[in-house]
Design a binder for this molecule. Sequence first.
Ligand code: ATP
Ligand code: MG
Length: 576
Amino acid sequence: MRWSKAHLFTQKETPADAEIASHKLMLRAGLIKKVTPGIYTLGFMALKAQRKFESILREEFEKDGLIEILMPVVHPAELWQETNRWTEMGDGLARFKNRNGQEFCLGATHEEVITDYVRHDLKSYRDLPVIIYQIQTKFRDEIRPRFGLMRGREFTMKDAYSFDVDRDAALDSYDLMHAAYKRAFDRLGLDYRIVKADSGNIGGDKSEEFHVIADSGEDSLMVSTESEFAANSEVCPAIDVEDVVYGGTEELALEEFPTPGLRSIADLSKATNTEEKFLVKTMFYSVTDDQSKDGLSPIAVCLRGDDEVNPIKIKNHFGLANPAELLTDEEVKQITGASPGSCGPVGINIPIYFDNGLKHFKNFVVGANKDDFHLKNVNTGRDFQLKEWVDFRMAKEGDKSPDGKGLLKEVRGIEVGHIFYLGTKYSKAMKATFLDKNGKAQLIEMGCYGIGVGRTVQAAIEQSHDEDGVVWPRALAPFDVHICHLDPKDEKVDEVVQDIEAGLQGLGIDVFVDDRKERPGVKFKDADLIGFPLRITVGGRGVSNGEVEVFHRASKEKESLPIAEVVSKVGMLLNN
Ligand code: ATP
Ligand code: MG
């Protein structure tokens, strides 16, 4: 391919609305172009990179006998109503009506459509197991689309769905997909981690995410310093810390004391000369999914002053569809009679949950439920009844790893893949059954598996770039070789370029030729920005000496090679 005919325009200036390196570089290198927030046109290079990843996925899935189909982008409301996700998905689902008033949505995911697809034909246990996938456009009306292809409204997803006779078989399918994902991501040569994850509102109880490690990643991950343990911070268990012990052994007399204007843990810590981790804070959440209900379903959560509540853990504890919501100051006041900052568990009439981090606390300080007053020498059981000890806090760096090996360390990740064991949530809602060996109807056990195709391509750039531009990993590079053709008008030089191009193509190597009327300096800068693995410079002076220059984008090493050897040498470099 020749640049002069490629409709490719690079950009020197850093785009104003791009925050992270990969987004800036994708715009500057002409890989993508914004149409409107969260919606992009992929240029030929981004499309080529995406296609390379799709080929890797298809190859790995073929090894396991997966079936590829293509489901529609437009879904009828009725299918989503069957699972109640027409309501549950809220504003994330883009809906519209056709001329007859019939309601539709744009597919944000395809559990409903695939379950409908199989339930009509799947009759017997003999038809199982089956795993079906597609590579298709999704639309989610993200609140804050950002970072280019990382969080788009419209994006390409590879989604797969497994159907099995029982839980064990479904978990085998899950393991099969886990292994296939691992093979595919290994082939990209990226630094990635597989972490325990939350199932979100998709259902089921087992799920893992694949994360490309990058400082700009939106997800916080907890990894062990000494073992393979890794979890999304959203679900990472927080292990009881025995060394945080407070308040002695004897229960002392309860006492109220004034704390004028002291509403934050930091202020209270200073005024009482007590470390934040030895104070107890009380937070209020509502644990209901019923948004329409007038009454709340409030609970109080007590935890150490330096810990944070994890609303996803509350969601999972109560089996909610969405993370628990914090009560407003007004709602807190109705329950406690005081403003947040002066509240505590004594004398309130709602269920009280104590985080495990407080297991070794006695005679502690809490808000008095009276503005500007606190209580000291408070003790569970004597001064109030607690409903349950729970793990409701965020795990943090330095905590013990839940597997008992090493300590937790935080790293940032970009979620590129997510696998779920679903159980029978969808088959039950949509009456998808098969007849077992005894001729009895049983619900199909399901799993679902997603990979963000565009997000993965961008994550590769986020992980692999330098100050000059993209440094493509070979597996995703739109082209393997970038020829800087310095004298396109010179017939002899052009002949050498054509020979090298044809020779490399014969070895299955993708070649891009910069044959524009530009100065060498401009061409080199653009080659660095676009970042294909190898650059070959062919110019008049070199050709008259029988030589060309080969430049390695990642290491920036240069070498001169005789023209006669360049094809075989580059072929060896790339194909090994
Ligand atoms: P996120 O937490 O990032 O919003 P999700 O957990 O909602 O993603 P899944 O439903 O698990 O996403 O979708 C499967 C995969 O699709 C994700 O692992 C991710 O790689 C990709 N993906 C999800 N949302 C987007 C998006 N808005 N833009 C690009 N890729 C996305
Ligand atoms: Mg996910």
